[in-house]
Design a binder for this molecule. Structure first.
Ligand SMILES: [Zn+2]
Length: 352
């Protein structure tokens, strides 16, 4: 009989081959060599049994099957003891590092807005959001901007319903527009609250500007309003200087210069010492050493009358700050349009 010898031969050869296995690839090739359906040694053995005497076939078949199970069990056991980098092909390696999901980040303008909000919150201000689609009354009229004011010009404002020329019956319903500033929220708040008032209102505003390095038709603003009895320009100055020094740097110098806005009287433009040259003069500050940062003033009595406050009893101040402008200075970005392009190469440079 030759078949038992053949089984022994295969068993001995298999043990030698198994002993030489180092990697998962080695293991797989040993499995193919012995248990492969077509070329494997066990399959060849089964095939050779066709030439054996019929009486011997059951015993041979049984022995071949025992060998097959033996080899399979030994291969599986060896696979379990291979190190993690050499697992059999096709198995899952649970120790591989996971695929990291990219984290989202807050937009740079959101970061600036949150910093501004947090400084004013520590000073006791309430934060309000208002509608971006506003009516003419809250955006202009209640803010002491008569119908012929330049800021209402079609060049500046996105109207959603055209104002009727000459007013009259055709003028109702009132024109709606994309708000040109967040001041409408100040009016809405004062209409429904009695003084004292201490609010800031951040948000997107819209103007018909041609986009360039410093202009975007959509930009972000924050406005503040404080109303009470005995409020003076000194309160305005103290609050804004505290804010600007907290936001930029404790050594930031602040300059107020008289200006004009329809809804404040007196009004001022506020400058800070240039953050790039620290006041010595550079291209950004046009060699002046100062950067214009916000507009402000004492609330005009006509605005108080529009919301039903007694201008003889209450005084207050308001300011408006461009968040985009501040972001340009703080992050030293040169083109405002980058904030709205949503190019990941820019956005990924900001913290989470
Ligand atoms: Zn400068």
């Amino acid at each position: 009989m030759t078949a038992p010898t053949a089984i022994d031969t295969i068993r001995v050869a298999f043990q030698a081959d198994l002993g030489a296995v180092v990697t998962a690839q080695d293991l797989q090739s040993v499995r193919d060599r012995y248990l492969g359906r077509k070329q494997g040694a066990v399959a060849a053995l089964m095939k050779s049994m066709a030439g054996a005497a019929p009486a011997d076939r059951p015993a041979l078949g049984k022995a071949a099957n025992v060998l097959k199970r033996e080899i399979d069990a030994a291969l599986t056991q060896r696979g379990d003891t291979l190190d993690d980098t050499a697992r059999p092909v096709g198995s899952v390696d649970v120790t591989l590092p996971g695929r990291a999901l990219p984290f989202g980040r807050r937009h740079p303008l959101t970061l600036i807005r949150e910093q501004v909000e947090s400084i004013f919150e520590t000073m006791g201000f309430e934060i309000l959001q208002g509608p971006q689609v506003e009516d003419d009354y809250h955006n202009f009229e209640a803010l002491n901007m008569p119908p012929d004011h330049p800021a209402r010009d079609m060049q500046d404002t996105f109207y959603l319903e055209q104002p009727m020329p000459g007013g009259g019956e055709g003028a109702t319903p009132p024109a709606t527009l994309l708000r040109t500033h967040t001041s409408g929220m100040q009016i809405r708040y004062m209409e429904s609250h009695e003084p004292p008032v201490r609010i800031i209102s951040p948000g997107l505003v819209y103007r018909r500007d041609t986009p360039d390095l410093t202009h975007s038709p959509m930009f972000m603003q924050v406005e503040g309003l404080l109303v009470g009895e005995g409020i003076t320009m000194a309160d305005l100055k103290g609050t804004l200087v505290s804010f600007l020094q907290a936001f930029f740097d404790a050594g930031t110098r602040v300059m107020f210069r008289p200006s004009f806005f329809p809804y404040t009287e007196p009004s001022a433009e506020v400058f800070i010492s240039c953050v790039f040259c620290e006041g010595t003069g550079c291209a950004v500050c046009k060699q002046t050493g100062w950067l214009e940062i916000l507009g402000c003033g004492m609330v005009h009595p006509a605005v108080f009358e529009a919301v039903g406050y007694d201008p003889e009893r209450y005084t207050g101040w308001a300011f408006g700050l461009g968040i985009d402008r501040v972001a340009l200075l703080k992050y030293r970005v040169e083109d405002i349009r980058l904030f709205y392009d949503n190019d990941l190469r820019l956005l990924e440079q900001f913290p989470h």
